[in-house]
Design a protein around this ligand. Structure first.
Ligand SMILES: NC(=O)c1ccc[n+]([C@@H]2O[C@H](COP(=O)([O-])OP(=O)(O)OC[C@H]3O[C@@H](n4cnc5c(N)ncnc54)[C@H](O)[C@@H]3O)[C@@H](O)[C@H]2O)c1
Length: 244
């Protein structure tokens, strides 16, 4: 891929997606930023000189329109970093409402499938591309009060592996990044909570949550030629969480 590769980033209005879009724009990618419609999305796109295309990842027509609009804007799609996701309130599984479970699976799993399929089809047709999915350390291990999110991230990891196998012969790589706690709006409540935040810092071998930029830099590597022989990998970026 050339330095001016075209990269789509979902969840780009906030957190890891926003940091990734900024990082990739700074290295010269032409970036398409996508998220639910918001002023934050427009601001993020303005900030890094990219194109904003609003789309709900749970909507099949929206994901098809996202892929089409990105190709119309820039002629091709070389890379995808799929950061859109949700994590709802913490509640033990026996008290978890069905709608929380279904909504989480819909956004995190079905949404990942729809975006990857729409954009992956373009990459398969052009015989090259790199897809990065956002899993979690919870793709691998459990965590209290978080059954829906944990199940969804396990599924994202397996979906990523399946896509990697399907698309390898078409020159398309697929990898899954597994962050531990990251200081973004999704986790800020936990990080700032005196009890849960202190427990997290104690639990993480490096002693602190990641910054969004520390996840973005790994996404940058996985969407560059530097990682040309890496596919089907699960890459923890967790300050050592999974090693303890
Ligand atoms: N923050 C963490 O501690 C952490 C840890 C591990 C994994 N992750 C994963 O990293 C990814 C990014 O998380 P983040 O921390 O940046 O969270 P965030 O809440 O800051 O950003 C997530 C973005 O996804 C968007 N989004 C949600 N539903 C959407 C939908 N239906 N369609 C389109 N966009 C939608 C939101 O609008 C938001 O801008 C997520 O998949 C998350 O599960 C985060």
């Amino acid at each position: 891929m050339s330095a001016a590769q075209v990269t789509v980033v979902t969840g780009a209005a906030s957190g890891i997606g926003r940091a990734t879009a900024a990082r990739l724009a700074a290295r010269g990618d032409r970036v398409v930023l996508s998220d639910l419609p918001s002023e934050a999305l427009t601001a993020a796109a303005d900030e890094c000189g990219g194109a904003a295309i609003a789309a709900d990842v749970t909507d099949e027509a929206d994901t098809a329109r996202l892929a089409r609009a990105a190709v119309e804007a820039y002629g091709r799609i070389d890379a995808l970093v799929h950061c859109a996701g949700i994590e709802e309130e913490f509640v033990d599984a026996h008290e978890m409402p069905l709608d929380v479970f279904e909504r989480t699976m819909r956004v995190n799993v079905t949404g990942t499938f729809l975006v990857a399929r729409a954009i992956g089809a373009r990459m398969v047709a052009q015989e090259s591309g790199s897809v990065v999915l956002l899993g979690s350390i919870l793709s691998q291990v459990g965590y209290g009060g978080n059954a829906a999110y944990t199940a969804s991230k396990g599924a994202v990891l397996q979906l990523g592996r399946a896509l990697a196998v399907d698309w390898a012969r078409h020159g398309v790589r697929v990898n899954v990044v597994g962050p531990g706690p990251v200081a973004t709006p999704m986790s800020q409540g936990t990080i700032d909570d005196p009890v849960r935040g202190a427990w997290l810092r104690e639990r993480i071998p490096l002693g602190r949550p990641a910054t969004a930029e520390e996840i973005a830099s790994v996404c940058a590597f996985l969407t560059s030629e530097e990682s040309s022989y890496v596919t089907g990998a699960y890459v923890p970026v967790d300050g050592g969480w999974l090693s303890l």
